[in-house]
Write a protein that binds this ligand. Structure first.
Ligand code: KG4
Ligand code: ZN
Length: 334
């Protein structure tokens, strides 16, 4: 019999369900929550309610398009953490009830591990060991990946995530949430060397992104004093300069990690890996340093249940199941 798993993702502001059959992802249904746009960030209460509203329709669509029926399922998987507690609760409670009703095993998945395992959904797949730079709205991590479920965090942010730095800068510029993709868009027409912002210097492989947000805040405040339309008149240059600085900080640590661990298999994951400045810089560095670079399809970079399904498949193979008393963990580590 095939290993068929239904997986649920509800850690932040995407409600998603996916069905995987013997390691092959059959679908990846995602309901994005637009309710947060006008607040300039994810509002946890609203996110939980939106998950509650969208989860069953999303699961129904995933089940229908898989061609499988509930009795064909071998297990149900869910994101245990890290994420917003209320959002996680919706997914966990649903998955538990589903497993209980069908009498099938329950599989908990670490969202950050799943972002990395998204690389195994499609070819080309990285070879172990590889280094993955996971960059999202909630995390910035350098992970040494030794095997499917054997990973070590070798560096991470000590404050804001890089996606947060993009989004907070965008907010200062009056751009809607999430601002990362808009900074990317305007940066394409700007000069990355127009303005200089400080590059943080953290020890080892750790990152810090809170300084740049403050630097941009003071920079804009001073410029606007002299020139009230400064933002409108310089938007592409500001975006290009901020993006250049953030990408430089990421590359600096990634290069250091690759050198230290003598690894040339390099992967990126998370929503910020969609950034064209980052992709370009990674491409250039790969040619220079002889890296084999892995960038998943955008659909699998941002939050999605296919990556949860992929992780669940490997956990199923190892017999790693959860009890029905499992609870979400907002600050889950691995
Ligand atoms: O992985 P993700 O979808 O959700 C989290 O787990 O956080 O990442 C979302 C983050 C947001 O901060 C968003 O602004 C950023 O990814 N992002 C980008 C781009 N596309 C998405 N940041 C910069 N450039 C982009 N093209
Ligand atoms: Zn994520």
């Amino acid at each position: 019999m095939k290993i068929n798993i239904l997986a649920i993702e509800s850690s932040c502001d995407e409600t998603s369900a996916s069905v995987i059959s013997d390691g092959k992802v059959l679908n990846n249904i995602i309901a994005t929550q637009s309710v947060h746009e006008k607040y300039g960030g994810v509002v946890p209460e609203l996110a939980s309610r939106a998950h509650q509203q969208h989860l069953i329709p999303v699961v129904t669509e995933a089940m229908n398009s898989s061609g499988l029926s509930k009795k064909d399922l071998s297990a149900v998987a869910f994101t245990k953490g890290p994420g917003l507690m209320g959002s996680l609760m919706v997914g966990v409670s649903f998955a538990k009830s589903f497993a209980y009703a069908l009498g099938i095993p329950l599989i908990e998945v670490n969202h950050m591990q799943a972002h990395i395992l998204a690389h195994f959904i499609e070819e080309p797949k990285p070879q172990f060991p590889f280094i993955c730079l996971t960059v999202s709205g909630g995390h910035t991590q350098l992970v040494l990946v030794k095997d499917f479920l054997d990973m070590e965090i070798i560096g991470e942010t000590t404050d804001d995530a890089v996606g947060e730095a993009f989004d907070k800068t965008a907010k200062l510029l009056g751009l809607p949430y999430p601002g990362g993709p808009l900074i990317d868009k305007y940066a394409k027409e700007g000069n990355p060397h127009a303005f200089a912002f400080p590059v943080s210097d953290m020890p080892g492989l750790d990152f810090s992104f809170s300084g740049i947000k403050t630097a941009v805040l003071y920079f804009l405040r001073d410029k606007i004093k002299e020139h009230p339309d400064f933002i409108q008149d310089n938007l592409p240059d500001i975006c290009a300069s901020v993006q250049y600085t953030l990408v430089k900080m990421l590359l600096q640590k990634l290069k250091k990690a690759a050198k230290f661990h003598r690894i040339k298999e390099i992967a990126i994951a998370g929503g910020v890996s969609a950034n064209s400045g980052l992709r370009e810089a990674l491409q250039l560095e790969s040619e220079k340093s002889g890296w084999e670079l892995y960038v998943p399809k955008f659909e699998y970079c941002t939050d999605n249940a296919a990556m949860i399904a992929m992780a669940a498949h490997y956990k199923f193979l190892k017999g790693e199941f959860s009890g029905l008393d499992v609870v979400p963990e907002a600050r889950m580590r691995f």
